[in-house]
Design a protein around this ligand. Structure first.
Ligand code: HEC
Ligand code: HEC
Ligand code: HEC
Length: 438
């Protein structure tokens, strides 16, 4: 054996061992990456990024979803890792600035339709995870952004600087994974940005409170044709009657003994809440149970039996609201308006029925509704629409009756209000439940 062959032979095992070691390290690194991407996917679900950045039926996270604001439609952007049209060229820090401070890579300010005032609290560790997920876990999609074109002065993005000085978000959390109250607040105030719909807005369209320390937090607000109710479930809150278990069931399935979800909350359940771990849902429900109200949004027990008795009687002297109810609604919601737990929602003391703004109720009567299908409640029960069958005056009479029957105590509805909502609905939405003769 020459010296050189000796060296070759001796080196081989050493070399192999070295290669194996590097390989091992890189497998470990890949596993760590995969772990981080998975964590990022969970954070993205808790923060509901897809509800705004994915247009139904289109590529995930490719943007183009219009968000109504009082100033005009604001379009979400492509946040897939595509280099040209998405955020493929964003560094980790540029991504963090967009999500937490609303500053785009080119330095322009994002409109607060992107809920960065809530996301300001996202921890560094969760930003790392989100970044890993959006760069490695999301398919790149080449799709140019739609131009958001608000009228003057709202098209002046620099003006947002002043708004941010006044209303910009808090500092990032450092203990996001901590159990208990801390994590509950992180899930609701920061990731879930529940306040962006459920907290009333002030003169400058800012949320009037960002945390549970403030009385108006989650006390209910009107958003784009729907009412997002008071969801404080402690003493005096709008949901005081809901138990911890009622809240958990609603968040995971969109239904419980008190209500069934319709409107803007439905995608929140589907894209976000239904994907969270049971313990996180428990924390969110517990947090809402801890928020007290002052009784202003409560519907208290009254003479519910009077309406029931009248409907149950031979219907001799019914006025047309009662007649319309028995003919169209009673079959599912029953004469006592108690429905059936998790199948047909209660209409008695139902928050949507009693909302100050009746738009949501009118919409449901005209166009019907379909429950989301979630892992814990896969069957997507539907309510037919009656827009093809009842005219505006009939819907107004019926809605007024439902809003004042049993223990409900909300103002009457006019035909004009029904006509307004009807205008917003397409022919297809109005006639989807009509019998087809072909
Ligand atoms: C309530 C709707 C909404 C939600 C929820 C939302 N976004 Fe956005 N996002 C927007 C809108 C609208 C814009 C564009 C705003 C503009 O053009 O000023 C935007 C812009 C962005 C941008 C800037 C991209 C660019 O260069 O244009 C990034 C990055 C981003 N969002 C990431 C996220 C992430 C990550 C999440 C979840 C943690 C998220 N968004 C959740 C509405 C939303
Ligand atoms: C995009 C707007 C939006 C966001 C974000 C949102 N909600 Fe809602 N939420 C609504 C609307 C609208 C309703 C009313 C649905 C109905 O009448 O069926 C609602 C209803 C609810 C209800 C049932 C209340 C009732 O009286 O029927 C609960 C509980 C609730 N939301 C909790 C939450 C929590 C917790 C979060 C944050 C994780 C959240 N929501 C985020 C819009 C929103
Ligand atoms: C065939 C059965 C059926 C009939 C008939 C029916 N509904 Fe419904 N209704 C449902 C189901 C199922 C839901 C839950 C759908 C959802 O939440 O998406 C529902 C939901 C509702 C809601 C929303 C409740 C909430 O908690 O958000 C209201 C209000 C309502 N119905 C009123 C009426 C009125 C008024 C009529 C008569 C015009 C009527 N319904 C007729 C089955 C029915």
């Amino acid at each position: 054996m020459t010296i050189s062959t000796y060296w070759k032979a001796a080196r081989r095992p050493l070399y192999t061992a070295l290669t194996l070691a590097t390989l091992g390290a890189s497998i470990q690194a890949q596993a760590a990456d995969a772990e981080l991407v998975k964590r990022g996917e969970y954070v993205a679900a808790a923060a509901d990024c897809s509800v705004c950045h994915t247009e139904p039926g289109q590529k995930a996270y490719a943007g183009g979803h219009g968000i109504d604001s009082p100033f005009g439609a604001i379009y979400s952007t492509n946040i897939t890792p595509d280099e040209k049209t998405g955020i493929g060229s964003y560094s980790r820090d540029e991504f963090a600035a967009a999500v937490r401070e609303g500053i785009r890579k080119d330095g322009a300010h994002l409109y607060p339709a992107m809920p960065y005032t809530a996301y300001a609290g996202i921890s560094d560790a969760d930003i790392d995870a989100l970044y890993a997920y959006f760069m490695q876990g999301v398919e790149p999609a080449e799709q140019a952004n739609k131009e958001t074109d608000l009228g003057f002065p709202y098209n002046q993005r620099w003006g947002i600087t002043f708004w941010n000085w006044l209303f910009g978000g808090d500092d990032p959390y450092s203990n996001e994974a901590a159990a208990g109250d801390q994590r509950a607040a992180y899930l609701v105030d920061v990731l879930g940005h529940c306040g962006s719909c459920h907290t009333p807005r002030g003169t400058f369209f800012q949320e009037e409170a960002m945390t549970g320390d403030d009385k108006v937090y989650l006390s209910g607000a009107d958003i784009g044709g729907w009412h997002a109710p008071d969801i404080r479930a402690g003493k005096g809150g709008g949901l005081e009657q809901w138990s911890q278990a009622d809240l958990e069931k609603y968040l995971q399935t969109g239904r419980n003994a008190h209500a069934a979800v319709v409107g803007e909350m439905k995608p929140v359940i589907e894209h976000s809440m239904a994907k969270l771990r049971d313990e996180d849902i428990g924390l969110i429900a517990g947090y809402l149970k801890g928020l007290k109200g002052d009784g202003e949004n409560q519907i208290t027990e009254g003479n519910g039996e009077a309406t029931t008795a009248k409907l149950d009687s031979a219907l001799l002297d019914v006025d047309s609201g009662e007649r319309l109810y028995v003919d169209n609604c009673g079959a599912c919601h029953f004469s006592n308006a108690q429905g059936a737990d998790s199948v047909f929602p209660k209409l008695d003391r139902n928050p949507l029925v009693n909302a100050e703004n009746p738009t949501g109720l009118i919409r449901v009567i005209l166009a019907g509704a379909r429950l989301p299908s979630t892992a814990k409640a896969p069957e997507d029960l539907a309510m037919p629409g009656f827009g093809w069958r009842l005219d505006d005056a009939e819907v107004a009479t019926l809605a007024s009756f439902v809003r004042s029957g049993w223990n409900n105590k909300a103002a009457a509805v006019t035909s004009d209000q029904v006509a307004e909502v009807r205008k917003e609905l397409s022919e297809e939405q109005l006639s989807a439940s009509a019998p087809k003769f072909n």
